[in-house]
Design a protein around this ligand. Structure first.
Ligand code: PAF
Length: 285
């Protein structure tokens, strides 16, 4: 595995791979890798002969009072995991490499970035799209692989790719869960054992909604009321939002007809966690 710490380090790899006729898949990450990331990398390996994983804790997607400073940084362990799974290159820039002094350019996908997580994290998605576009420009992948757990992020990146005519196929992989349903996240490591137990309320609420839709309920307001009631039964958990939205423009919907995104965000103690599922109207025929 080659390791590129700067854009200049990475530059020679691209033309070499191109001359071999090799396609490149990129898996962008912020490190603290877990099985969820590994599933993205394994998928990427099936999609392209060359796989690049970036590890960069991106400061612009953190708000002023969020966990940028404390975000887990486990670079040595991460690189061992990448070596083991078989990645061609790791791109691990420093902040000054991605945001040199005087950096002033941001990419914003309007409206979509202000909904759901954008309400409590108003500059988050502008940071995500800016760094992802910059990574696309540096790595020039044919394919980029993201996880469904960040559903809003994937919708916004799809829109950026479409709106700017970027030549990258976006592939989204399913959420990887612990046996008790908790979605894997680098932030799960912040949880105490009691909080860890309480955090399963997220997937329990998603299951409840899926079952309720199966029994014929398709009114979003009724489903969301049930979710809020269930959340309220878990004293360690504070709901940030529960919404059922259109899969493409993320606007709230009243009745589930086609697939709809049920997105949840909660605070468990000080840790903010998200989860989601697609709800589909159940056909009894
Ligand atoms: O999903 C993440 O880990 C980050 O938002 C990403 C896409 C690597 C951009 O920093």
């Amino acid at each position: 595995m080659q390791i590129a710490r700067t854009i200049a380090d990475f530059k020679p790899m691209r033309p070499q791979w191109q001359s071999e006729g090799s396609g490149v898949a990129l898996v962008p990450t912020m490190g603290a890798l877990h099985e969820g990331h590994m599933s993205l990398i394994k998928r990427a390996r099936g999609l392209a002969p060359r796989v690049v994983v970036s590890i960069f804790v991106n400061p612009t997607q953190f708000g002023p009072h969020e966990d940028f400073e404390n975000y887990p940084r486990l670079l040595e362990r991460d690189l061992e995991m990448l070596e083991e799974v078989g990645v061609d290159a790791a791109f691990i820039p420093e902040v000054a490499e991605m945001y040199p002094p005087g950096f002033k350019t941001f990419v914003t996908v309007e409206e979509l970035g202000s909904r759901l997580c954008g309400v409590s994290r108003p500059t988050h998605f502008r940071g995500v799209t800016t760094v992802v576009l910059k990574l696309f420009n540096i790595i020039q992948p044919h394919i980029a692989v993201f996880g469904q757990k960040d559903a809003q992020q994937t919708v916004i990146i799809h829109r950026m790719v479409r709106d700017l005519g970027l030549d990258v196929d976006i592939v989204v992989c399913p959420i990887v869960r612990e046996p008790d349903g908790l979605a894997l996240s680098s932030r799960n490591r912040y949880l105490t054992s009691q909080e860890r137990q309480a955090a399963t309320i997220l997937s329990r609420c998603l299951d409840l909604a899926e079952q309720t839709v199966k029994y014929g309920e398709n009114r979003a307001a009724v489903l969301l009321d049930e979710i809020r009631r269930k959340m309220a039964s878990e004293p360690r958990v504070r709901l940030d939002y529960a919404e059922i939205v259109d899969c493409e423009d993320l606007s709230p919907i009243e009745t589930i007809e086609g697939p709809a995104l049920l997105a949840l965000a909660v605070f468990v103690g000080k840790t903010r966690l998200i989860d989601n599922t697609y709800l589909r109207r159940f056909s009894h025929t």
